[in-house]
Ligand binder design. Structure first.
Ligand SMILES: [Zn+2]
Length: 392
């Protein structure tokens, strides 16, 4: 049996950073054997410059929208962005499949090993079956009008039936503003005891819709020519209105949280103590669409399980978890490399129920080994100069 023995300026284990005198040992397939002192590691140690880290987990992506790269202008706000995606997503299948393959390869190259991927259709299936990356498939259902709930559910169920044969899969709500009570009711059994994901409070208008049925969503429904006379606002924030619908899920991933406020976080922590709820940050997409950043210090104050996502190439310049960390570090330089890498690895693996294999350098796991070149913790305390390179 051949072993890889890797030594670098530091090793991030998934939970902590170890100094240069440690050696990571894996078998030839990358299954972790141990981390040991260099004096105990024997011969043939490969010496590298940078930080060794487990592979990254991308908790929120829409691989099927990869062909929309650069199509939608930046800074339009969410309402016009969503409208553009819905109306402009249709392309020849060949082009879509080609973009999916290119986008997946981009993730692979920059150190991503697993993806929580939103699917509205089966176009990504062929690529996913190649097993280059691990996938949790979130089959997304949406429909604001109660009258179309059953038809939309049936469509999601068809995709779910195919995905769930080969992959971890659940049917999930698209967003609070696009799922009627009738549709919630139909999809609930399909995320029970599984992972559920939802776009949460991505724009300021979301709370406005639930508090008083006003704001830009009313304009969006008009653009889509929907008769929304059935709708009664709850008088509460979006998250506090719908959160109870998710109670039977084993894990909950709230995506974006750009406009989540302190009472919302308190509410979630009280309703679901422990770490079953993850807050997924997609900061580059927020910059692309809304030019806002989520309240990261608030989430840290409440010790939330923070995870990272790229969202899709319709709303991002790259599918890179490292790029997401760089954007966070530019605005929040007080957050350590260790904490950021934890969000990018073990936290994401737990959120997607993949931490038996991924997320940390624990014996027996096969998390992928990534070298962050061009940085080292002691000298730079920053990832801004880093490049990710997949070693194993
Ligand atoms: Zn998204």
């Amino acid at each position: 049996m051949n072993f890889h023995k890797l030594q670098a300026d530091s090793i991030f284990t998934g939970t902590q950073i170890l100094s240069a005198n440690h050696v990571l040992i894996t078998d030839e397939k990358g299954i972790i054997q141990e981390i040991t002192d260099e004096k105990e590691a024997g011969d043939n140690i490969e010496k590298l410059n940078g930080i060794l880290t487990p592979g990254f987990v991308n908790c929120h992506c829409h691989l099927e929208l990869s062909h929309m790269k650069g199509l939608i202008p930046e800074k339009t706000g969410l309402i016009d962005f969503v409208f553009s995606v819905v109306t402009q997503r249709h392309f020849p299948t060949e082009e879509i499949l080609e973009s999916i393959a290119v986008a997946e390869n981009e993730m692979l190259q920059n150190g991503i090993v697993a993806v929580g991927d939103i699917s509205n259709n089966l176009l990504t299936m062929q690529q996913k079956k190649r097993q280059n990356l691990q996938y949790y498939n979130f089959v997304e259902s949406s429909g604001w009008l109660p009258a179309i709930a059953y038809q939309r559910f049936e469509r999601s169920k068809e995709s779910y039936d195919v995905f769930s044969k080969d992959f971890s899969a659940s049917i999930v709500p698209h967003a609070p503003y696009s799922v009627s009570n009738d549709l919630w009711h139909l999809i609930k059994p399909y995320y029970k005891n599984k992972v559920v994901s939802i776009h949460n409070q991505e724009t300021i208008f979301e709370d406005e819709l639930f508090l008083q049925n006003s704001g830009d969503f009313v304009r969006m429904y008009q653009m889509m020519k929907l008769d929304t006379s059935f709708y009664e606002p709850s008088g509460k924030s979006s998250l506090q209105t719908y959160f109870n619908q998710l109670k039977d899920a084993a894990n909950i991933i709230l995506v974006h949280n750009t406009f989540t406020k302190e009472p919302d976080v308190e509410f979630v922590k009280k309703a679901r103590p422990g770490n079953a709820v993850s807050f997924c940050l997609c900061v580059n997409a927020n910059q692309y669409i809304e030019q806002r950043l989520p309240p990261i210090d608030l989430l840290r104050k409440y010790e939330c399980n923070i995870v990272l996502g790229t969202d899709s190439l319709a709303s991002n310049w790259s599918l890179s978890i490292l790029d997401e960390m760089k954007t966070i570090q530019k605005s929040f330089p007080q957050i350590s490399i260790e904490e950021l890498l934890g969000w990018a690895t073990i936290n994401g693996a737990k959120a997607l129920q993949m931490n038996d294999k991924l997320g940390s350098f624990e014996k027996g796991k096969q998390p992928g080994v990534v070298l962050l070149e061009g940085t080292d913790v002691a000298r730079y305390k920053s990832l801004l100069t880093a490049n990710a390179k997949r070693l194993i």
